[in-house]
Design a protein around this ligand. Structure first.
Ligand SMILES: [Zn+2]
Length: 319
């Protein structure tokens, strides 16, 4: 038997697939049922690694399996080109981010073809192209017009030297990963989406999706609806009312303290103590999992301020 000669056989078939556009599908339906295969889109920073080969060869096997079983399979490719990875890659290579991103995309494309992944290349896109992000902007404007996107103050990680907001992943041991400066919390206007408006509909419709029951339960807990009452605690000094949701309004007479989320903008208004700023800074750099861990000891620092308990008029301390 002849030895398998990859350098002769593979380029020959890659040429055939490119010439006959084997993996392209039209927008017009035909008699076959549709099937959509999408691995997550890669971040084009640097070159593909073994993790990419693993992910896209598994997806490719699924695509081929469905084709052999009579499905019309759409297996597209795109690049998630904005964000931290692209930014850091440009800083590391000293290139303009467009150049480093597009060089990286060219390398991904070359290797995907080399691996023989059955992609419909006629649909390739990258999120940094104006032809793509004009649609994310269009979507954002529709949400803004309907009041679903809004600005609100919240505490963020701030590097005073780089004069920029940092993602949690960019804060290492409380310091900026780029310049090593100690990160500080700062109140800034942020964009938020009013996703809670959809909580009831999401909860009702989650049963219509064919997902494993543990994933459905995870979604239900994440949306998290519970029945209860809203009561208002007032901070007289700031003149601010804090509506608080409780499932047990009968226990309000026993309330002995009032806790603010560390990123609440009023925390830094209530107190200018360095201890409070340090606590907020630490909390901001922790992951949601770390902060929410059930078995974890509860911590907090006194703000030196009080709110009025609405059921008995008592002043209780804020943390
Ligand atoms: Zn910095």
């Amino acid at each position: 038997m002849d030895r398998y000669d990859a350098t002769e056989i593979e380029p020959r078939w890659q040429r055939v697939w490119a010439q006959e556009r084997t993996w392209e599908v039209s927008n017009e339906p035909d008699e076959r049922p549709d099937y959509y295969v999408l691995e997550m889109l890669p971040y084009p920073s640097g070159e593909p690694h073994m993790g990419h080969l693993k992910t896209y060869s598994v997806g490719d096997a699924v695509a081929h399996f469905r084709r052999r079983n009579g499905f019309r399979v759409l297996h597209p490719m795109g690049y998630d080109a904005f964000g931290l990875n692209a930014e850091n890659h440009a800083i590391n290579t000293g290139q303009h981010p467009r150049e480093s991103t597009e060089a990286s995309i060219a390398e991904f494309r070359r290797q995907f073809r080399l691996w023989g992944v059955s992609i419909d290349w006629s649909r390739e896109f990258a999120t940094h192209e104006p032809s793509y992000y004009r649609w994310t902007q269009w979507l954002f404007l529709r949400m803004f017009e309907r009041g679903l996107a809004y600005r609100k103050e919240a505490a963020v990680n701030w590097c005073p030297k780089d004069a920029t907001v940092l993602a949690n992943e960019q804060v290492i041991d409380g310091r900026c990963e780029r310049c090593g400066t100690v990160v500080e919390p700062r109140n800034l206007e942020q964009w938020f989406f009013r996703i809670t408006d959809y909580a009831d509909r999401l909860l009702e419709d989650v049963h219509q999706i064919e997902w494993p029951s543990n994933v459905v339960a995870m979604q239900q807990n994440w949306i998290g609806r519970s029945e209860g009452a809203e009561v208002v605690f007032r901070n007289e000094r700031l003149g601010v009312d804090y509506p608080v949701f409780t499932t047990r309004p009968d226990t309000l007479f026993g309330a002995t303290f009032f806790v603010m989320a560390p990123e609440h903008p009023d925390v830094l208004r209530c107190s200018d103590s360095p201890e409070v700023a340090e606590y907020v800074r630490r909390a901001l750099t922790e992951s949601a999992e770390e902060r929410g861990a059930e078995d974890r000891e509860k911590t907090g620092v006194a703000l030196g301020a009080t709110v009025t308990n609405p059921v008995n008029g008592e002043q209780i301390p804020m943390y």
